[in-house]
Design a protein around this ligand. Structure first.
Ligand SMILES: *Cc1c(COP(=O)(O)O)cnc(C)c1O
Length: 291
């Protein structure tokens, strides 16, 4: 399938860089979630599965992406949602696309394979997709991003939640023997585990740089400084970032630029992994700073 994901030259204040616009692939099967689902969907069809079953939090881009992808491929979809039953913009989209939602408490949510077998043991057509789409097929899909980039970049930046997308990017970089340095921006506290996780997927971590100082307090935590940066970036470039992933990543990129981390002639690219529905998870806080 043809996709639209151009590499754009972006100028923000005194800093210019390239941005790979995976956010433009699809509004709801967005960014890296599209990349991850691509080979998962091919595998599900190959195995003649009819029902995608997956997992996510209440503001999960992955749940929305899976719901939309399932509908487009004429598959059923069930999403296990962590926590008490609630509703919001993202879960509403899941339901619009026909996904059945099952809310489970945090304890039960921890064991995803148990949940899957408990509910769907008798369903031959059910296909298990891990939270966030994580797995080898997802890595394979994300590696393809590298094939679409001009080979000239000295640095590539990407936000990391599980690190699956970065594992794919590094795989692509290694496969093409590029000199590009990959910068992983951890959006969660204690991101030191990423190297180990990525090493499970591929052995050569020489070109990986893990940045752990830009989590803003932890996963989905934020600060006024970050939200103001996101608003300023949108106003000056016309490009939206989300507060959970890409906002932290571009904040880190600009911060490193200001700290003279790069050489003057370095060619820098960032991957926009989409996920823009994430702004709805912080609409009150965003509203407050936009007053
Ligand atoms: C899910 C998501 C990520 C995290 O990707 P991982 O492969 O889990 O590291 C990054 N950016 C956006 C916008 C996402 O929705």
């Amino acid at each position: 399938m043809e996709i639209y994901s151009p590499v754009q030259y972006v100028t923000y204040k005194d800093f210019s860089f390239y941005l790979k616009r995976d956010d433009l692939i699809d509004p709801y099967i967005s960014g890296n979630k599209w990349r991850k689902l691509k080979w998962i969907l091919i595998d599900a069809k190959h195995k003649q599965k009819s029902h995608l079953v997956t997992f996510g939090g209440t503001y999960s881009n992955h749940l929305v992406a899976t719901a939309a992808a399932a509908a487009r491929h004429k598959l059923k979809a069930t999403g296990f949602v962590r926590g008490e039953e609630v509703t919001n913009e993202l879960l509403m989209l899941c339901k619009l696309y026909g996904m059945k939602l099952i809310f489970v408490n945090r304890e039960a949510y921890k064991n995803k394979t148990d949940l899957f077998s408990f509910y769907f043991a008798g369903d031959e057509g059910a296909y298990f997709i891990d939270e966030g789409g994580a797995g080898a097929l997802a890595v394979k899909g994300c590696a393809e991003i590298i094939d679409e980039l001009p080979a000239m970049f000295d640095h590539l930046f990407c936000a990391a939640g599980t690190g699956t997308t970065c594992a794919g990017l590094l795989k692509g970089i290694n496969a093409k023997k590029l000199d590009t340095q990959l910068h992983l921006i951890s959006v969660l506290k204690g991101g030191d585990f990423f190297s180990e996780y990525i090493e499970e997927h591929l052995p050569n971590l020489n070109q990986l740089h893990v940045h752990t100082a830009y989590h803003f307090g932890g996963y989905a935590k934020t600060s006024e400084e970050l939200l103001k940066f996101i608003a300023d970036f949108a106003m000056r470039t016309g490009i939206l970032l989300d507060p959970v992933y890409t906002g932290k990543m571009i904040f880190a990129l600009y911060d490193l630029f200001k700290k003279k981390f790069f050489d003057q002639h370095d060619k820098i690219c960032a991957l926009h992994t989409g996920g823009l529905l994430g702004v709805f998870g912080m609409k009150d806080k965003l509203d407050a700073i936009l007053r």
